[in-house]
Write a protein that binds this ligand. Structure first.
Ligand code: DQQ
Length: 536
């Protein structure tokens, strides 16, 4: 029906119907990418969770398979929750996942292996009765907050595998460390690898090394290589946001120590400042890159989800690496996405004066990829920054695209109706603080739909970017109910789920705009119609 299809994505990962959440166990094995994900096979709300399974050779077009892991054993009778894959050299993949063992939500860690490791699709998975569950919450561990095992890594010095399980102790977020010699019998380390006060439950922890020398990704076997930093990411169930820190870890001390360049808590660095949760990364040896998958949760109400018959999508997979400034990560949509680009329009050296908005025509604005470079000649007009503005989202709500500024707001009006009754602006705004400039990237859903009942947050993040060249880059992936934006080459990113009423399908429009006194030059803008991905 129309209600159902009108906002469906065309090139983000999404099954034909039903509820989905976390990406699970992503990996590349024997020429195929595997994506598992949490699915309710019976409805459009969370429940009855199984691991759905799809395979791909390009991370964009997918072949769906039967669910790989579903309740079938006493220890996972009440659910098969999130987890990870580890490829054991010479042996093949092993999945670690969380089983729900009783109706009190007690969580245990379990493992599964392919029934036939030479089946290229790895269709069938078995859960050996011997040793399962491999980890149960021991005394002192909160068994109903104990889940989401990570990919394991191997300590060459002591011959032990290691993995992390997310948890909390009262209000303290915890990453418990487990060690094993044989991958079957696991022992909890005396100290968690890390914990942090007042952050609550750490869901879906992710832990991996990043190279300090370039953009190549690293396998977990490089955990204690020279010239690496480490990333610890946690998803906070209290906020439904994730944050990460950069830091250092060695397999001999088994402690992770965050650098003190960002907050180790709710206000910390985020992969994405919008609808992006329960993410997980994996190393892709075929292209020497680390790839990040994140669940783009809904901003629709559960009632609307039921009407649509579906809820949740996966964000476009992103390559992730360490910024040369070593204070943050950078992400960029995987290059394979470019294969979906169709008709292209370009703009070059066009100046936007204060109040200008120009339509970009010749492509399908509801299903597009837009890549632009904006420049300005002076920062003198920048608005002054009030140091009490520590929350980017509050600032975006206060200074939306319609509030005139100095340098900015400028950027895109995506998913816009012809007369701008609806639009999702994605824009920069530059402020002058005493000793620096502050750049805000905003993806403001407050005007995205006329339907008042929708959740319409003014998502935003600050951008730690050098303005010496007086230029800011912006890329937005627009896909019916998604606007997924990458600011300054992937330094600050915001995915918004939006549900316009008018700006749908062929009635959606795309504009570039400037609402600041400083003229803004579009150095270039390329926009492409995007072809649909093959997903089923
Ligand atoms: N979703 C899973 C849990 C995880 C949560 C259950 C995060 O394993 O902690 O569907 O979204």
């Amino acid at each position: 029906s129309e209600v159902k299809e009108i906002h469906r994505t065309a090139y983000h990962f999404q099954p034909p119907s039903h509820w989905i959440n976390d990406p699970n166990g992503p990996m590349y094995y024997n020429g195929f990418y595997h994506l598992f994900y949490q699915l309710n096979p019976k409805g459009a709300v969370w429940g009855n969770i199984v691991w759905a399974h799809s395979v791909s050779t390009d991370l964009i077009n997918w072949t769906p398979l039967e669910p790989a892991i579903y309740p079938s054993k006493p220890w996972d009778k009440y659910g098969c929750w999130s987890g990870s894959a580890t490829i054991i050299p010479g042996m093949g993949p092993v999945i670690l996942y969380t089983g729900i063992i009783d109706d009190k939500n007690t969580q245990v860690q379990c493992y599964a292996v392919p029934e036939n490791a030479s089946d290229p699709y790895l269709k069938k998975w078995v859960k050996p009765d011997l040793h399962n569950p491999i980890v149960v919450a021991e005394e002192g561990v909160n068994g109903s907050a104990f889940r989401d095992p990570t990919t394991a890594w191997y300590g060459k010095e002591d011959g032990h595998w290691r993995m992390i399980v997310g948890s909390k102790r009262k209000h303290r977020g915890m990453a418990y460390l487990y060690r094993s010699k044989d991958f079957l019998k696991w022992v909890k380390a005396k100290h968690p690898i890390h914990s942090s006060a007042d952050t609550g439950m750490w869901e879906c922890p992710d832990f991996y090394p990043v190279s300090m020398k370039g953009q190549n990704g690293l396998d977990l076997s490089a955990m204690d290589a020279p010239d690496v930093k480490h990333v610890l990411k946690n998803s906070l169930d209290l906020t439904r946001y994730e944050y990460y820190t950069l830091g250092s870890y060695s397999t001999s001390t088994d402690k992770y120590v965050p650098d003190n360049t960002s907050e180790d808590g709710w206000g910390g660095l985020r992969y994405d400042y919008g609808n992006f949760y329960a993410s997980k990364s994996f190393f892709d040896p075929s292209k020497n890159r680390r790839i990040l998958w994140g669940w783009a949760n809904e901003s629709d109400t559960p009632q609307d989800d039921v009407l649509k018959g579906w809820a949740g999508i996966q964000a476009i997979p992103r390559t992730v690496w360490l910024d040369p400034n070593q204070r943050q990560l950078v992400q960029w949509p995987i290059e394979e996405l470019d294969s979906l680009r169709g008709e292209q329009v370009t703009m070059k050296d066009q100046v936007l004066q204060k109040g200008d908005h120009i339509e970009v025509t010749g492509i399908t604005p509801a299903q597009a990829d837009v890549d632009a470079s904006f420049s300005f000649t002076s920062l003198d007009n920048a608005e002054s920054f009030d140091p009490s503005w520590t929350n980017a989202q509050d600032l975006c709500a206060q200074k939306g695209s319609k509030v005139q500024g100095g340098v900015g707001p400028f950027g895109l009006l995506t998913l816009a109706s012809k007369k701008l009754e609806e639009f999702t602006p994605v824009f920069f705004r530059i402020f002058k603080a005493p000793d620096k400039h502050v750049v805000l990237l905003c993806s403001d859903a407050s005007s995205s739909t006329l339907k008042k009942s929708k959740y319409r947050p003014s998502f935003a993040g600050f951008v730690d970017v050098d303005l010496a060249e007086k230029r800011l880059l912006l890329r937005s992936l627009i896909d019916h109910s998604v606007v997924e934006s990458f600011g300054a080459g992937g330094k600050t990113n915001v995915l918004s789920r939006v549900y316009p009423e008018l700006a749908v399908q062929n009635n959606a429009h795309l504009f570039v705009f400037n609402n600041g006194t400083e003229p803004i030059k579009i150095e270039y803008l390329s926009a492409w119609s995007m072809k649909p991905a093959v997903r089923y």
